[in-house]
Write a new protein. Structure first.
Length: 338
């Protein structure tokens, strides 16, 4: 049984009885007991949290051959057999129908008179046991599942369905994750550092809060096609042409975002005037500008040299020449005179 379902059984039982027992005596199943020896008893964190909420105490049954609650075990077996036998000839077309029929049979069993006593299970509970029950809290407990994880480089943790962000400065640290039906909480050294509304269905992208991101990653979220074009237009027509090429060269504009962002960072270093000159020089010899050529022009300072009237040699293809070129005929004739 999963831990969340095991705890939900307690919540539903307390709600049905209208009170809380002073003690809870569970079996030694993994969802309810981590360790039970002569010297210590270790209860899972989520189960212990439920017990604290209802102000009850957990005392697991003895190990191997328990004889702590034979009457309870026998009553559960009898109720299960009686209800299943009464419904064995019925056909249900949904889980809700089966639950409703089982609930009706349960009420019928509880109101059925004992064979050797002048009362029923319900009347016996109300007259003999209910006064010893502790009062219920104002609202039902919301079961939670606890987990521990190391924050990866993408600063997102998982609830086994989706991924949720935590502050990026916790990368490499171990955090506790508290998962409920509607919320995912992340705790570091006992303090809550992040919480998210839990998504019921799997999503392709993680749920990220901008405040959890580094400044560079947060800036990347604001990148759009229109924002890059708006940035390039005031700089000059050649920069605008280059940015348009980056955004439209591939299938989707997002594929060119990193080139535009790199060009923006180069502007912070070299200035707008030099970026416009470098784009102009690269576009003068190629209709397909690349970020590598632009950076090469800027590093070599070629953007500071005025453009000649003739065609420009691409920077990546430029070669050193010796100045005198001899033809094959000249070598056949024994050389040429200078």
């Amino acid at each position: 049984m999963k831990e969340e379902n095991f705890i939900n059984c307690h919540v539903h039982a307390y709600g049905y009885f209208g009170g809380v027992t002073r003690l809870v005596v569970p079996d030694n199943l993994r969802a309810g007991v981590t360790k039970n020896t002569r010297f210590e008893t270790v209860i899972p964190r989520a189960y212990l949290e439920m017990a604290e909420y209802y102000d009850t105490a957990i005392v697991p049954a003895s190990v191997k051959s328990p004889d702590d609650k034979p009457n309870a075990e026998g009553s559960v077996k009898f109720a299960t057999t009686w209800i299943l036998a009464a419904l064995r000839s019925f056909h249900f077309f949904s889980l809700a129908e089966a639950k409703e029929a089982a609930a009706q049979k349960l009420e019928e069993l509880n109101n059925r008179p004992f064979q050797k006593r002048v009362c029923s299970r319900r009347s016996a509970y109300e007259t003999e046991e209910k006064e010893f029950m502790l009062p219920l809290p104002e609202g039902p407990f919301e079961p939670a599942v606890w987990a521990t994880a190391k924050v990866p480089n993408d600063y997102c943790v998982s609830d086994r369905i989706n991924r949720y962000s935590v502050p990026f400065d916790l990368i490499g640290e171990r955090v506790d994750i508290r998962i409920t039906k509607n919320m995912v909480e992340v705790l570091f050294h006992g303090s809550r550092v992040a919480y998210h509304m839990r998504l019921p269905k799997a999503q392709r992208d993680p749920v990220v809060i901008p405040e959890h991101m580094p400044e560079a990653h947060r800036k990347y979220l604001s990148y759009t096609k229109d924002s890059f074009l708006s940035w390039a237009e005031p700089i000059g027509p050649y920069t605008l042409q280059t940015v348009r090429h980056f955004l439209m060269a591939d299938k989707e504009p997002e594929q060119g975002y990193k080139y535009c962002a790199s060009l923006m960072r180069a502007t912070d270093r070299y200035g707008r005037t030099r970026i416009e000159s470098a784009c102009e020089r690269v576009l003068s010899f190629s209709s397909v500008p690349t970020l590598r050529n632009i950076q090469t022009v800027l590093k070599n300072g070629q953007d500071k040299v005025p453009l000649n009237s003739g065609p420009q040699i691409p920077v990546s293809q430029a070669k050193r020449c010796h100045g005198i070129t001899r033809s094959a005929d000249a070598f056949r004739k024994g050389g040429i005179n200078i």
